[in-house]
Design a protein around this ligand. Sequence first.
Ligand code: G
Ligand code: MN
Length: 281
Amino acid sequence: MHVWKHAKKDKYKPYAIYSDDFANERQTRLKIIGSVHSAIENGEIEAFMQPKFSMKTMEVVGAEALSRWRNPDGSYKFPGQFIPLLEDVGYIIDVDFCIFEQVLCVMAKWKESGKKMIPVSVNFSRQHINHDDFVTRIKKLTAKYGVEPKYIEIEITESAFMKKPEKMMKFMRELREEGYKIDIDDFGTGYSSLNMLLDVPVDIVKIDKSFIDDYDTQTKREYINQIGNLIHTARKDIIFEGVETYDQIKFLTECGYENAQGYVFSKPIPMKEFEEKYIYI
Ligand code: G
Ligand code: MN
């Protein structure tokens, strides 16, 4: 983090003292930014997969691809350690497409070997609105691998629809016309108005983990129960994210919800493991 940002964090201490920590942090940032493109070239940016489950049938109904950066020692950097940085400098665009291409590649393989296709969602940063070729790039890559767009979900975080959303809306409309599905990610974290649901060209609403982290009070339980009616009225499907306990599954099922993803089912796992567990069974 930049020295100035540190200073701004504490309003009673509007100054910062330069220290080795700042220098180290700056060094780490620069290293990540400077090495991301070679990491992409060398296959160090890997798509992990987290399955999505039907809580009714307990079958896998889809998956989300999530990026991981493999270190030379075999350990991984998690998205929090590099995504925000790469969003700042715009390099996130290349990471998103790198993950997307890995997903298309395995989906083409599943198709070829006659496996049942499941939809896979890929996260795309709001930064893509700065690139007019976004939709064309997606279409071209999809065509290159011969995957049907209906099996691809484009995940966009809720907050990307808040400030000047026209460009994002235009892209999403174009993609939907081509048959792609659009997911609104982290729903309920951005303090957007509920009206937005009627306006956004979105197929699936991903309810953020924070919604079901605690549902002890009757009010909260009723709220979670009711939000589904509202979203369904807006003609959108629902999936709950970050489901970690059987109690949560029981509660959500009682509310009538069907789809969920989270640690109670599986963490995001390497692609090969995902295929062994859920595709080539
Ligand atoms: O912003 P988005 O919803 O795409 O981020 C998903 C993130 O949440 C991933 O980094 C993933 O590893 C993490 N995640 C997925 N399932 C769970 C869960 O059940 N609990 C927690 N704490 N994190 C989860
Ligand atoms: Mn996501």
